[in-house]
Design a protein around this ligand. Structure first.
Ligand code: IVH
Length: 703
């Protein structure tokens, strides 16, 4: 490297690192992974070591206290930190209550008491107290693993190091770390006052980002200088509970010395619930902190337990969001993004505008129909809406009447030139290029390494793109062969021995993926995280899954349309039959179809086989309680009186049993309620053990 090159590179690194700092801290929207960030910082230091005279005044190596939170240690949560489903309209709240009634099979006279409290716009944090002493504080992270912020949390006045009074041996308080509105304004003013060049001073976009940026600091002194607050809203692991209601436990948490919202109340029935919501909404602007809705939770903890969870949110709680915030701006251009499955998504490029405290430059236009519905063309004035964390949307066009050329949705993929088509009944155009489309291949690779799939750190979008274009990786298996190209990697601009070794180590660490992550990582249409987990639990290892996939493929090949059956009907019937063969709760015809489509393609099979040669897939074990019905097949028939069918099914599955809809020789147990008919008779004929609902309740409570 010549001194001129070094100087230019240092200048570039200073700007680039500052930009990533701002994205991470100010906007809480990093574009690169922590490992990629580290590569930049290390390159900067290495060049400075070689050319000390060229060190810049604004060098990233000279900044103190701005160490990124990327260095915080990871911690696994004892119990997952969940999120909440959202309600937007009053009807959604009515349906939430009705669903609880149905699930618990409540009599119409029985009240469903809820708690209602503000939904604070901060970041959630779990505080673990052992024998009343704070031992660990962690951010939510992905819900399973968060970041250790114990040292930082100790400087928050609201959070005591020791709880007062007798407390359970283990108690994790969960709540929101936030920054009050006036403190946020003062902090931004201070950042300007302290900056050498006020025009370039870092500013936080809103109190939430300020709280996140302040808490996730490497240096606890920085956190201590920021006015953070805490409000408890729940709990995680607890060796004992001080009450049997949500309100009761929250009152106890307040007694132990942690802040709980003054606006936490019990409400009974839809009318009271909505009245409380309106009351809080009216006071929203006067509250000292930002809130974005009201959270309702079932008060009785025994009911919460019965209601359980769906995917990542509890059935017993919901966030009733305030209406979205809107702003007007100009649509500068419409770009088309090509997704992993070829879906073409139009994206609006906007004149930057602030909506609800956040600067927005892009919004989704969803699909071609949406563009027609809005009649938008580049140059139009549009109304933009932002609700919570949802991607901003364009909801209205103010220049519809002005004469301008209509926007024509592209009929070919801009990435590979293949035809873009739209199947009947579908809203999206798709690039038909499949794996010849570089955008789809890059997106698939990106998905494969992403956080909830293989989670390979340090392999961000820019690396995947450049490795792909330089023929270093074409398929997932190639990633596991990168170590064979170590020299080639080191020779690349921006890479060194150390950074390449770090990348290789990160890849090696993910050579034994659990089946569900691998399956999700393949990026099969309709196979999301939950579906992948369901399949992995049902089939445990790759071989089990491969057998059933071969089985459905055979079934599809052998199927023939019935006389007079239309193509669509035939497809639907076969998909249903394939879903029945898969025999996995929650997996329907759509997924069965997508799996068959994916594995029918020889290229996909070759990609998967190649990958399986590189990794050792770990079986997934369904965490269930050992019980007398583990591994057994149970049939529920007749009407159930104390619970709904869904709840009974969930109970059986939690005990490791399989629930079937029909009685056969494979059935082990029939639970029959009043009105049971042919199934009960068949069970008797086959000599299958039959019990009533009370008998079932006994099995559940004994397990
Ligand atoms: S309860 C299992 N209550 O909202 C239920 N969450 O959108 C877990 N939040 O991750 C959450 N105020 O960080 C709950 N009063 C409140 C809340 C609240 C803010 C956050 C929390 C959660 C997110 C879900």
């Amino acid at each position: 490297m010549t001194p001129e090159q070094a100087e230019a590179r240092l200048a570039w690194l200073a700007t680039e690192i500052a930009r990533h700092n701002a994205l991470y801290h100010a906007e809480d929207a990093p574009e690169i992974t922590d490992a990629e960030y580290d590569v930049l910082v290390r390159e900067n230091s290495a060049i400075e070591a070689a050319f000390p005279a060229l060190r810049r005044a604004d060098s990233p190596s000279q900044k103190v206290g701005a160490a990124p939170a990327g260095h915080l240690a990871k911690v696994a949560h004892a119990l997952p930190m969940l999120s909440l489903d959202n309600a937007f309209a009053d009807e959604d709240v009515a349906e939430f209550i009705a669903r609880i009634r149905r699930y618990l099979s409540l009599d119409s006279g029985e009240p469903v008491v809820l708690t209602a409290e503000p939904k604070i716009d901060g970041l959630s944090c779990s505080l673990r107290y052992e024998k009343g002493v704070l031992v660990l504080a962690a951010t939510r992270g992905d819900g399973m693993t968060g970041e250790d912020v114990t040292a930082n949390v100790r400087s928050i006045d609201d959070i005591p190091d020791r709880l007062s009074g007798p407390v359970p041996d283990i108690f994790e308080v969960r709540g929101e770390v936030y920054m009050a509105k006036d403190a946020f304004v003062a902090l931004n003013e201070r950042l300007i006052a302290d900056a050498e060049d006020p025009a370039k001073a870092r500013q936080f976009a809103n109190p939430r980002n300020a709280a996140a940026g302040s808490l996730r600091q490497k240096d606890p002194a920085v956190t201590a200088s920021r006015p953070l607050r805490f409000l408890a809203h729940g709990w995680g692991e607890a060796s004992a509970l001080p009450a049997d209601t949500q309100k009761g436990v929250m009152d106890a948490i307040a007694d132990w010395g942690l802040p709980v919202s003054d606006d936490l109340v019990r409400v009974d029935g839809l009318e009271q619930t909505l009245a409380h919501y309106r009351g809080i909404e009216a006071r929203r602007a006067d509250l000292p902190f930002d809130i974005d809705g009201v959270v309702y939770k079932v008060d009785r903890l025994d009911w919460q337990k019965r209601l359980g969870f769906v995917a990542k949110a509890p059935r017993w709680a919901i966030a009733h969001k305030f209406p979205a915030q809107q702003a007007q701006t100009t649509l500068n251009a419409i770009d088309i993004q090509v997704g992993r499955t070829g879906k073409l998504t139009p994206v609006a490029r906007l004149e930057p505008v602030t909506v609800g405290g956040v600067v927005v430059t892009n919004a989704t236009l969803h699909n071609a129909d949406e563009i027609v519905r809005l009649g938008v063309r580049p140059g139009d004035r549009v109304v933009l809406q932002r609700a919570g964390d949802v991607i901003p949307q364009i909801v209205d066009n103010l220049t519809r009447d002005v004469v301008r050329e209509p926007y024509i949705f592209p009929q070919t993929c801009r990435e590979c030139g293949s035809l873009a088509t739209r199947e009947e009944g579908e809203v999206d155009y798709r690039c038909t290029g499949g794996l010849i489309c570089p955008a789809q291949r890059v997106e698939r690779l990106r998905h494969f390494v992403s956080r909830y799939a293989l989670d390979i750190e340090g392999l961000g979008l820019t690396h995947i793109e450049s490795f792909f274009h330089d023929d270093l990786i074409h398929s997932p298996a190639d990633i596991y062969r990168l170590h064979l190209k170590r020299d080639e990697l080191i020779a690349r601009e921006g890479w060194k021995d150390k950074s390449v070794d770090n990348l290789i180590a990160a890849i090696e660490a993910k050579r034994t993926p659990p089946l569900d992550r691998l399956l999700f990582g393949l990026g099969i249409r309709h196979v999301g995280q939950v579906t992948a987990r369901d399949l992995a639990r049902r089939y445990r290892d790759w071989n089990g899954l491969a057998d059933v996939l071969a089985h459905i493929a055979d079934h599809r090949t052998a199927a023939v349309p019935a006389v007079g059956e239309t193509h669509d009907k035939f497809r639907q019937r076969v998909a249903k039959e394939m879903a029945a063969i898969i025999e996995t709760p929650g997996i329907g015809p759509e997924v069965a179809h997508a799996l068959a489509d994916f594995f029918a393609e020889p290229h996909n099979r070759a990609v998967v086989d190649d990958l399986l040669g590189q990794v050792q897939v770990q079986p997934v074990i369904h965490e269930t309680r050992a019980s007398s019905v583990s591994g057994k097949t149970v049939v529920f028939t007749g009407s159930l009186e104390t619970m709904s069918r869904d709840e009974a099914k969930a109970q059986a599955e939690a005990l490791g049993a399989k629930v079937s809809g029909s009685v056969s020789a494979k059935t082990d147990l029939v639970v029959a309620g009043p009105g049971a008919g042919s199934k009960l008779k068949k069970a008797a004929d086959l000599g299958i053990k039959t019990i009533d609902e009370a008998g079932w309740a006994e099995i559940v409570s004994n397990s």
